[in-house]
Structure formats: structure tokens, C-alpha cells
Design a protein around this ligand. Structure first.
Ligand SMILES: Nc1nc2c(ncn2[C@@H]2O[C@H](COP(=O)(O)OP(=O)(O)OP(=O)(O)O)[C@@H](O)[C@H]2O)c(=O)[nH]1
Ligand SMILES: [Mg+2]
Length: 300
């Protein structure tokens, strides 16, 4: 119960939009923790990622989703389904656009994302990159689309997020505490670790290789209270990619591993010994079996 005796408020709020517009950056900013990985590449997020924020008398469960795009593989279909599922049984919807870019496909996406009876908020993100004068015509463009509010924000600097929270809290219905206080994500430690490795691969590798990367944590062992040993496989599509991921005398894999290790150490608060193996799984993005072992199957 809230301290003033009012009913506890809670709700699920999904975050959707085209690839690379800043959905995961927003999730992390709203939750105040690194819940989702972020990269300059489109299609970074591949499944629903839950981030939880608690306040006095309320709880919001945010659901980050993959960028909306036309699927070309079974993995793409899974991502597409993750977005569609995230439009079900929610209490409010956040649709994000990148205000610093003009994307003709975006107009239709923004228009089509209406969920019956649920408050919808349209965010024009990345305003730190936009001259204020350019914002007004953008806001006007979306004015007839039925959004409850159109809010210019920067997920990166935090500008506008306070106002967004006020809107969300105003829209929250009475409801239960879905997750215990103190819990900030529904992902397992292994899932987060796999993502932190993939994040570094996304940063380090070029062109199409990152899209063919998958990471599976095989084992985690607490060797001592101050040291955790982690073994993980890095999947790729092709033999030629394996060589690039490993790099000359293993330099690329060492770089990915040591950056990932730093972020895993921050997460676990212990030292980490991270052992990565690169494996070729031809066409894994179309293999049910491989998708399942990487966690890209039915949402939990
Ligand atoms: N300047 C600026 N950059 C931002 C902002 N929000 C996100 N970005 C950058 O935009 C890029 C994509 O951010 P993500 O949060 O990964 O975007 P996403 O929508 O989750 O992308 P997908 O998961 O691929 O669909 C990253 O390089 C972010 O740093 C912002 O408000 N301002
Ligand atoms: Mg994302």
C-alpha cells in the first residue's frame, strides 16, 4: 500500500519503434541501470527486455523490444513476434522516433502503432542532435495521430524524461507489485552476460558480421568469493567470419573479451575470468535448435 493509503499503482509499458532510434538507451535511462545493451548498429536488441522502476506506491515494468523491421530470417521472425507480443496486455505504450533523422518508413510505423484503449506517448528522441526550430514541424507532423502526448526527449542526456515519467504515472492503473522491490530486470545473470559479450562484438566488428553473432554462456563458476570463471561460445555464420572474429593471433577476440570482462565485473562485483570460443554454425539464424539454445525462442 502507498503511504497515503491510496491504492498501489502499477503497469506494463512497452517501448517500440524502428531500429536504432534509442529504445534501449531509453530503457536504461528510465530504470537507472544497464538493463539492455546499446550499439550504433540497427537490430541490436533481439528479444523483449524487461526493466523495472519502483517508486513510492508504484511500479512500472518497462518492456524494451527489437526494432520494427521486415524479417528475413527465423531470428527476424522471432524478433518481429517479440514486438507484437509486447503490444498485448499493456497499460501504456511508448513509441519512439529518431528526431535527428528522416525515415520515410517511420511515418507509417508511428501511425499504425495504436493499441486499443491504452494511453500512447510518442517520443521524438535524440533532440540533443536537433535544432529546436526543427522540432516544431516534426511535432506538427504527428499531431493528428491520436497520441496522448508528443514529447521531445533525449534518452542520452535525460532531457524530457521527467515529463515522460509524469505522464506515465498519470496513466498507471491500480495494480499489484509485479516484481519484488530491488529487482531491476527479469533477465537472468547468464542472459545479461551473453548480451554484454555480444555488445562488445557489435562495437568491434564491421559490416554484416555483427548480425550473425550469437553468444551462449555455457557455464559460470564461482572459483572464490572474488573470482568468477565464465565459459561462453560466440556463434557466427561463416568460416570466413570466424577468422575475423578471432583476428590476427587472437587479437580481436582478446579485445572483445577484455572489454566484455570489464562490464561483467561491474555487474557481478567480482573479478572475472572470461573464456570465449568462436564456433561456426552455418545459417544458425534459421535453425530452430540454435535459436533455442541462444534463448531466441518463446518469451518467458
Ligand atoms: N545523440 C543521441 N544518441 C542517442 C540517443 N539515444 C540513443 N542514442 C544512440 O543511438 C544508437 C542506438 O541506440 P539504441 O538504444 O541501441 O537503439 P535501439 O532503438 O534500442 O536499437 P535496436 O535495438 O537496434 O532497435 C546508439 O548509438 C545510442 O548511443 C539520444 O538521445 N541522443
Ligand atoms: Mg535496442
Amino acid at each position: 500500500m502507498a503511504s497515503d493509503g491510496a491504492a498501489f499503482k502499477s503497469g506494463f509499458v512497452s517501448i517500440v519503434g524502428r531500429p536504432n532510434v534509442g529504445k534501449s538507451t531509453l530503457l536504461n535511462a528510465l530504470v537507472g541501470e544497464k538493463v539492455a545493451i546499446i550499439s550504433p548498429r540497427p537490430q541490436t536488441t533481439r528479444n523483449q527486455i524487461i526493466g523495472i522502476r519502483n517508486g513510492e506506491g508504484w511500479q512500472i515494468v518497462f518492456v524494451d523490444t527489437p526494432g520494427i523491421h521486415k524479417p528475413r530470417t527465423r531470428l527476424g521472425e522471432f524478433m518481429d513476434k517479440s514486438v507484437k507480443d509486447a503490444l498485448q496486455a499493456i497499460d501504456a505504450l511508448i513509441v519512439i522516433t529518431d528526431a535527428s533523422r528522416s525515415d520515410p518508413a517511420e511515418r507509417e510505423t508511428v501511425k499504425s502503432l495504436a493499441v486499443g484503449g491504452v494511453p500512447r506517448f510518442l517520443l521524438l528522441n535524440k533532440i540533443d542532435l536537433v535544432h529546436p526550430q526543427q522540432l516544431l514541424p516534426r511535432i506538427a507532423q504527428y499531431a493528428g495521430d491520436g497520441y496522448d502526448a508528443i514529447l521531445p526527449v533525449s534518452a542520452k542526456t535525460g532531457e524530457g524524461l521527467e515529463l515522460l515519467m509524469q505522464h506515465l504515472l498519470g496513466a498507471l492503473p491500480a495494480g499489484p507489485r509485479y516484481y519484488p522491490e530491488g529487482q531491476w530486470t527479469a533477465q537472468t545473470e547468464r542472459q545479461i552476460i551473453a548480451e554484454l559479450v555480444r555488445e562488445q562484438a557489435l562495437f568491434a566488428l564491421q559490416e554484416e558480421i555483427p548480425h550473425g553473432i550469437g553468444v551462449e554462456v555455457l557455464s559460470m563458476k564461482e572459483v572464490s568469493p572474488t573470482l568468477t570463471e565464465i565459459f561462453a561460445d560466440v556463434y557466427c555464420d561463416k568460416d570466413s567470419h570466424k577468422g575475423i572474429i578471432i583476428g590476427r593471433q587472437g587479437a580481436m577476440l582478446r579485445r572483445i573479451g577484455s572489454k566484455a570482462r570489464e562490464s561483467i565485473e561491474r555487474l557481478l562485483n567480482t573479478q572475472v575470468n572470461l573464456k570465449l570460443w568462436v564456433k561456426v554454425r552455418p545459417d544458425w539464424r534459421n535453425s530452430r535448435q540454435d535459436l533455442k539454445s541462444l534463448g531466441y525462442s518463446e518469451q518467458v
